[in-house]
Design a protein around this ligand. Sequence first.
Ligand code: S3P
Length: 482
Amino acid sequence: MITIAPVKQGLHKEIDSIAPDKSISHRCAMFALLADSPSIVRNYLLAQDTLHTLEIAKKLGLKVTELGEKGDFIFTPPSKITEPDSVLDCGNAGTAMRLYTGLLSAQNGYFVLSGDKYLHARPMNRVIKPLQSIGAQIYSRNGGYAPLSVVGRELLGFNFTSEIASAQVKSALILAALFAKDSSVYSEREHTRDHTERMLCGMGAEITRDSTQALSTIHITPLVRKLKPLDIVIPADPSSAFFFALAAAITPDSSVLLKNVLLNPTRIEAFKVLESMGAIVEYHHTECAYEEVGDIYVQSAPLRAVAISENISWLIDELPALAIAFCFANGRSEVSNAKELRVKECDRIHAVISNLKALGITCEEKDDGFIIEGLGDTLLEKTAQKSPKVDSSNIPIFATAKNVDCHATAHAVSRNDRDNSLCEKVDSSVVLRSFGDHRIAMSFAIMGLRLGAVIDDEECISVSFPNFLEILREMTEVRLLD
Ligand code: S3P
């Protein structure tokens, strides 16, 4: 259990230690298995989820050599994926379980994929059914739940249109298609995150996409030779970076500069939503390695309510954090078409709403989303007038939070008004639940920067962002309780 103290002053911080991208890290370990020579992967995410993926890759024959820096590796592939002699433990990672199911369905051998109690409660039929339709032999518990047993064999090509907007389903099918007898076509109604296509194309696979208004269609040609190796520095994860964008957006007189973040358009939609709510957000592209990378600057401003019903797959990981922004906005915000939130690491609709209700915030659970009545924030309005105008050609120089010399006036305003307004509207002494879900724990921890918070079972944060609390501690007091 942790307690987070509310901040007494604005945050001004440059953060260059955001966790490396989780989606890309998973894929680096898996795709390196398919290369003809060693891959060089720098800044691999050393978090629970991606360490599970790496352990599994090792069991399948990947040789992992550490380079000097933390997270830098040489991944040497086996001549052929080897059958492991024990269970492949995916931990909490849905991406590991679903992508490996696709890949291993088409390899010779017997594979058993298992995970923690949360992963065992997540639906796997979304990959099992389409894979079975092309000949895969997959056995599951209770008609579609892990542990899964996969007996690899040669698969047929497919022409499949997914009714679920899921990059995990798409990636599982693409990996199977690389080893199928004939070419395959995968269509999706929403263009979900596309790291699999980008990275595999970069490694020499023949994967093309054409998009009409209604469908995005991907053509996959089976591999005739092994792939070229990866040579990549993994950028910071925009989904992890977003927690600190949220911190700046909801804390009066604040700004953050998030360094070296992945700027793939399918991954930064939450920053666009924050911008549409009134926060100041700027992107500074710096380089491109398989993907666009750059810095994101976020500054607080009065927030207005929004209604979100489109591009949900581009926001799916950030909706719990956005829900916190809605709490500080003026008016009623609403999320629809987001039923997928119910089958993430936990039921995120229920988790967000039950915590907000416990705090006393007016909100409602919908089958496919939620409605939140913003508390409004006179404090953001007052301090907005004081904030410096941003000149994009000249990003402000930042100090670490500890060194910031805050305006005495801003300090006084924030203390008085916090006591008199928001804190009176909520009961911040209640123990909030993480539901074992890293993104729920981190979203409410950021809310604690404004209101104070007590959160149970925060260990799950290490699933994706092991140094999250370290960064938070540079902003406020975070105490561990038993
Ligand atoms: C991921 C895809 C998304 C996302 C998850 C990572 C990936 O899941 O929520 O955190 O790396 O492909 P779905 O594709 O199931 O929506």
